[in-house]
Design a protein around this ligand. Structure first.
Ligand code: GTP
Ligand code: MG
Length: 198
């Protein structure tokens, strides 16, 4: 699946910019700076497909990528929870994220990325509430497992799994990943490949 090129198609600032609903879509959502764009790059085995940055708020559009070998579309989303950008911008992103996540028939699964040093925050819970209400499938992926402060990572994993187990709908297992060190990427690729077969 990820052996063949994945190419950048376009950036969308409004729903009307999105391509037609002719492919299976997966989206990467999460707080600003959690590592969404880095994870897409790591999955695709490149460092330059999706733009990443140390500064939160890097991704400002719905960036669309497509596989050249499979009917798969990957959507890199702007982050939520970033207060430093001008308010109208934050509002526009929030609305776009909300509309895309809850109103896209071809959206097969959302990967909700959460920092493995912190676990779920209030805005992550809000997004999961929204996805559950809209009956959209999602899987929680903990990121940055390699970070020095992650010595309590097992605690965060356990706490996150417990939080997901209590949710109203069933969800695939929480995965622990590092885009830097490659941890968990094989498992995530397998999950995505399974989605395409189902
Ligand atoms: P926005 O687009 O701003 O919402 O951010 P994002 O979620 O796309 O995060 P991005 O991929 O740009 O990564 C943010 C920062 O975290 C960058 O400096 C990355 O190098 C770093 N980062 C991402 N993943 C990892 C990881 O697995 N390990 C480590 N150590 N750093 C990571
Ligand atoms: Mg990004």
């Amino acid at each position: 699946l990820f052996a063949r090129p994945i190419v950048f198609v376009k950036g969308c600032v409004r729903l009307a910019d999105l391509p037609p609903m002719d492919r299976v879509e997966i989206a990467f959502a999460g707080r600003s700076n959690v590592g969404k764009s880095s994870l897409i790059n790591a999955l695709c085995g490149t460092s330059s497909l999706a733009r990443t940055s140390n500064t939160p708020g890097r991704t400002q559009e719905l960036n669309i990528f497509e596989s050249q070998s499979e009917e798969l579309r990957i959507v890199d989303m702007p982050g939520y929870g970033y207060a430093k950008a001008p308010e109208p911008k934050v509002k526009a992103w929030t609305q776009l994220i909300h509309q895309y996540l809850t109103g896209r028939a071809t959206l097969r699964r959302v990967y909700v990325l959460i920092d493995s040093r912190h676990g779920p925050k209030d805005n992550d819970i809000s997004v999961m509430n929204e996805l559950d209400r809209a009956a959209v499938s999602y899987q929680v992926v903990l990121t940055k497992a390699d970070k020095p402060l992650s010595k309590d990572v097992e605690k965060v994993v356990a706490m996150t799994r417990a939080a997901i187990a209590k949710r109203p709908a069933a969800h695939p297992e929480v995965l622990l990943t590092s885009s830097e060190k490659g941890e968990g990427l094989k498992e995530l690729r397998t999950e995505i490949a399974m989605l395409l077969e189902s």
